[in-house]
Design a protein around this ligand. Structure first.
Ligand code: 3EB
Length: 335
C-alpha cells in the first residue's frame, strides 16, 4: 500500500490519480501534486490546509486510510471565507461545511446556499465543468415522506443548481452522518475540460425518478468518465436500485445487485475488463456496521481488493437501502 500508482504518461488529457495511503496525512499534503487528502472520522482534520478534507463517517474494521488525489504539477490552494479550494493540473477541488443553524435549521436552505457557493467558485476559478460531488448530511433519513431530510436536501440542491441542465450534472454521492455539529459537508471536483456523464441502462436516471421518491428528483449522473483516453471513471453512489425500485432486503443480496450495477456502468463506459480486473478504489457505505462481516467474503469472492476498499458507517438516502458503493475505476486497456 505504500506504493503509489504512477500516473499514466504520454496522454494529452490532464492526468489525475487516486490512492489509499496509510502515511500521515500532513506528510502526504506536504508532497507536490497533492490536490486533496481525505480522511474519515467525525473529528475534522487540520483545516488550515485547504486540501485536508474530513468525511464525517466512522471507518468500520480496517485501518483508517487517507484517500489521496494527485495531479501533474503544482497545486495552489487556499481559503475563501468558508470555502477551501485547491487547484492544479486542470482540476479544482472545493470543500465546504455548511452550518444548518445559520440557514434556519433547514437542510434545503443549507444545500441551496452550498451549491450556489460551489458553482460561483467554479466560475471564479475558471474550472466550470463539474465532474463529481460528495455530500454528507446529518440524519439523512429523519422526517417522514416528503419531510425526510434527504428530500429537503434534494430540493435545495436543485434550487442551488439553478438552470444547470441535467446533462451537466456531476456524478455524486449523498450519505447520512450522525454528527449534527459537522453540518452539511460537500466537496467537489471540477475541471477546465468537460468529462462525459454516463447513465446506467439498468436504472432510471435519477433526475427522472417518479414522484414517489420526493417532489424534486435528485440531481446527479450515474458516473463521469474523465476523458475517453484515460479511461478513468468516477462512479456515483451505487446501490441495489433497478429501474427506480429498491431490490432485496438483505445486505448480501443488495451487494450482489450493486455489483451488477457497477459492472454495467463499466461496460457502458467502454471498459473491456470487469471491476475486479480494473484498478479500483472503492468506498462501501453500510447502514449497519455488523454487515461488514457478511459482505467481506462476498467481496473477496468478487475479486475486490481488500486494500482498495474502505468500509464506512453511514446512512443511505433510502431507508430500505443497506449498502452503497462509490469510487473510481481505471481501464487498463487505456493506460
Ligand atoms: C440511488 O441510486 C441511490 O442524491 O446525490 C446515490 C448517489 C443516491 C447519489 C444523490 C443518491 C445520490 O438513487 C441514492
Amino acid at each position: 500500500m505504500s506504493a503509489v500508482e504512477p500516473l499514466s504518461s504520454g496522454k494529452a488529457a490532464a492526468r489525475i490519480g487516486i490512492t489509499y495511503e496509510h502515511a500521515d496525512a500532513d506528510c502526504i499534503a506536504a508532497q507536490t501534486g497533492v490536490l486533496a487528502a481525505i480522511d474519515f472520522g467525525i473529528h475534522p482534520a487540520n483545516r488550515d490546509d485547504a486540501r485536508r478534507i474530513t468525511v464525517p463517517l466512522p471507518v468500520i474494521g480496517n485501518a483508517a486510510a487517507t484517500e489521496v488525489w494527485r495531479v501533474d504539477g503544482e497545486v495552489r490552494h487556499g481559503h475563501d471565507g468558508d470555502l477551501a479550494w485547491s487547484e492544479g493540473g486542470g482540476y479544482l477541488m472545493l470543500s465546504l461545511r455548511v452550518d444548518e443553524s445559520a440557514h434556519g435549521d433547514d437542510p434545503a436552505a443549507a444545500a441551496e446556499y452550498g451549491y450556489q457557493r460551489l458553482l460561483a467558485a467554479m466560475a471564479e476559478h475558471d474550472h466550470r465543468h463539474w465532474l463529481r460531488a460528495w455530500n454528507y448530511l446529518a440524519d439523512i433519513n429523519d422526517g417522514d415522506g416528503d419531510n425526510e431530510r434527504y428530500r429537503h436536501f434534494s430540493r435545495g440542491r436543485a434550487r442551488g443548481l439553478g438552470q444547470l441542465p441535467a446533462t451537466s450534472y456531476p456524478a455524486a454521492t449523498a450519505i447520512g452522518h450522525n454528527d449534527p455539529a459537522s453540518g452539511l459537508v460537500v466537496y467537489t471536483l471540477s475541471a477546465r475540460q468537460p468529462g462525459r456523464p454516463l447513465e446506467n441502462p439498468r436504472q432510471v436516471s435519477a433526475w427522472r425518478y417518479p414522484r414517489q421518491y420526493g417532489p424534486v428528483p435528485p440531481s446527479f449522473a450515474r458516473a463521469m468518465l474523465l476523458d475517453e483516453r484515460s479511461g478513468r471513471l468516477l462512479i456515483s453512489g451505487t446501490a441495489s436500485v433497478v429501474g427506480h425500485d429498491t431490490l432485496h432486503d438483505s445486505a448480501g443480496r443488495q451487494l450482489h445487485e450493486t455489483l451488477r450495477n457497477l459492472e454495467t456502468l463499466l461496460a457502458t463506459a467502454g471498459f473491456r475488463d470487469s471491476l475486479a480486473a480494473s484498478s479500483h478504489w472503492l468506498k462501501l457505505y453500510l447502514r449497519h456496521a455488523h454487515d461488514r462481516d457478511v459482505l467481506l467474503p462476498l467481496l473477496d469472492a468478487a475479486g475486490i481488493a481488500r486494500d482498495r476498499l474502505l468500509y464506512l458507517h453511514g446512512d443511505i438516502c433510502r431507508r430500505d437501502l443497506l449498502v452503497e458503493i462509490d469510487g473510481i475505476a481505471v481501464d487498463h486497456a487505456r493506460n
